[in-house]
Design a protein around this ligand. Structure first.
Ligand code: GMZ
Ligand code: MG
Ligand code: ZN
Length: 180
């Protein structure tokens, strides 16, 4: 039985921007995040990314640019000894009423269906409140990191009853410790 970890992208793996990540050049890894994914891979975990990319619907970048951003992300992770097994994207905007834009759980359901996984066994690491909401709606195990928008999330919701860590690396160490 494969062990999975779900990661949000912007603000967890790479630096986020209020102006969106619109090109491969704007995609910059958060210090320690590539090493955190490598640690998961080396410990036998499969890593999937679930990400809102409303920049597509907003016309800020197109799907081929998003593919090039993800090519850069995968290459950077692999160069550090890790692997990203899959990426699930919501390309829609807030007004599109789709089922896949977090905080809705549609991306989680698409992942669980494709890999035949029981989501209650899967940690889901994010920086935004909507990441936590989507994980809870899907029955996964939400974890907040304070990178990206995480510090803002924690300031706005100081009483979150979920594991909270300063970085992805710290969150991965917690996951590995809990699983021993
Ligand atoms: O954190 P993930 O899900 O990987 O991606 C978030 C991005 O799609 C963008 O999501 C936007 O939210 P709106 O989509 O405009 O509400 C803003 O928060 C941007 O700053 C952010 O870069
Ligand atoms: Mg994020
Ligand atoms: Zn969507």
């Amino acid at each position: 039985m494969s062990k999975f970890v779900i990661l949000d992208r912007d603000g967890v793996i790479n630096e986020d921007s209020d102006a969106y990540i619109k090109s491969p050049d704007e995609w910059l890894p958060i210090p320690g995040s590539l090493e955190a994914i490598a640690l998961l891979t080396q410990q036998g975990y499969r890593t999937v990314v679930l990400t809102n990319q409303s920049g597509i619907a907003r016309g800020l970048f197109d799907l081929s640019t998003l593919d090039r951003i993800h090519d850069k992300m995968r290459a950077a992770v692999e160069a550090t000894g890790g692997r990203i097994d899959d990426v699930f994207v919501c390309p829609h905007g807030p007004e599109d009423g789709c089922a896949c834009r977090k905080p809705k759980p549609g991306l989680f359901h698409a992942f669980a269906e494709k890999y035949k996984v029981d989501l209650k066994t899967v940690p889901a690491i994010g920086d935004s409140f909507r990441d936590i909401q989507a994980a809870q709606a899907a029955g996964a195990q939400p974890i907040l990191v304070e990178t990206g928008k995480g510090a803002r999330t924690l300031a706005r919701y100081p009483n979150l009853d979920i594991p909270i860590f300063p970085t992805l690396y710290a969150a991965v160490q917690y996951i590995l410790f809990e699983a021993r």
